[in-house]
Design a protein around this ligand. Structure first.
Ligand SMILES: [Zn+2]
Length: 334
């Protein structure tokens, strides 16, 4: 890959403190906003996005009307379309203004120029290699611990990743996704605990429109092993990775990780015409309770029942989830 545009320490320091990776990442975004007008205008328009809340009692969904995300929501991520376009995560194809910070073994931290969060990062691997989590969970946990003011997320290749052909994580500044503040009460009142005495707590959460598994651990190696085994029992086709999204953050010296097994990529409403159409393409952010709607009409008309319908189509059914939960119980109880 050509042209790795790396921001120098000297330049980075002009835009913020650099004592931690969170601070460095925020300084990078400040620098990009100051020197890259396209990205800056998208961050500015983020201040004006409209949002409204839908209250389901023990949890809430925030709807965000964000016209800047139309490219991502409407992206054709089919194999033919992906093969026909230049990959926007390859260093040689990035805009001239886009600079990054090298992290770990071969990753680059970049400002996401189409933000959902006031600080929004894309963290591609250096080589053009498919989106697949296998072998990268350790990297993900280390990166999360270092970017501790951020929530890291992973979108599977058919679960919202707009570059399914180039491995990447994303991260958004913490305390933006509704689920981050709901996790403790969900765990206390609305979760089935599957294993509690080992180094990793595991729970299954069901009555929040989307069924998911919740892991909490201060032990990275144990969490990595358990997560790897769990991914191994999720429904999947042939050699493909199971369809899934992950959210993970590091707080009070432990990781909180949410695993959303998926049953479908997009709901029927996405493909509908006319009145019935709702352009919504669920990925980790939506499963975290922040539903991005690029079209104003969808933002205005979407109902509680539409949200129930959309989430139920893209996440596991009660039966499929029960099967995962039962298998998980056999190896996670200490
Ligand atoms: Zn690429």
């Amino acid at each position: 890959m050509s042209e790795l545009r790396i921001l120098s320490e000297e330049e980075l320091k002009k835009y913020g403190t650099t004592w931690s990776w969170s601070a460095r990442a925020k300084a990078l975004i400040n620098q990009q906003k100051a020197t890259w007008e396209t990205a800056a205008s998208h961050y500015r328009s983020l201040r004006q996005v409209e949002s409204r809340w839908v209250d389901f009692g023990h949890f809430r969904i925030c709807l965000q009307h964000n016209p800047g995300r139309i490219r991502s929501s409407a992206a054709d991520t089919g194999a033919a379309a992906v093969a026909a376009r230049p990959c926007f995560l390859c260093a040689g194809n990035r805009p001239a203004e886009q600079y990054g910070l090298p992290w770990g073994e071969g990753y680059t931290i970049l400002a996401n120029p189409f933000p959902i969060f006031h600080y929004h990062l894309t963290i591609p691997f250096g080589e053009h290699t498919p989106q697949r989590l296998e072998g990268r969970i350790g990297d993900m946990l280390r990166l999360t611990r270092e970017l501790r003011e951020f929530t890291l997320f992973y979108n599977g290749p058919r679960c919202g990743a707009s570059a399914p052909d180039h491995f990447h994580f994303q991260a958004g500044i913490r305390d933006t996704l509704p689920i981050e503040e709901e996790v403790d009460s969900l765990l206390r009142d609305h979760a089935q605990r599957l294993g509690d005495d080992g180094p990793t707590q595991v729970a299954a959460v069901e009555n929040t429109l989307r069924r998911f598994l919740l892991f909490r651990s201060a032990d990275a190696d144990h969490l990595e092993r358990l997560l790897t085994r769990t991914i191994g029992i999720l429904p999947h086709h042939d050699e493909e990775e199971p369809m899934m999204n992950l959210l993970v953050w590091f707080h009070e010296n432990r990781w909180t990780l949410l695993l959303f097994p998926r049953a479908g990529q997009r709901p029927w409403q996405y493909f509908a015409e006319g009145e019935e159409k709702i352009m919504v393409s669920p990925a980790a952010v939506e499963l975290g309770g922040l539903v991005i709607l690029p079209r104003k009409e969808d933002f205005l008309k979407i109902t509680d029942d539409d949200l129930r319908s959309v989430f139920s189509q893209v996440t596991l059914s009660a039966e499929a989830f029960a099967s995962v939960r039962e298998q998980l119980t056999t190896f996670c109880v200490p």
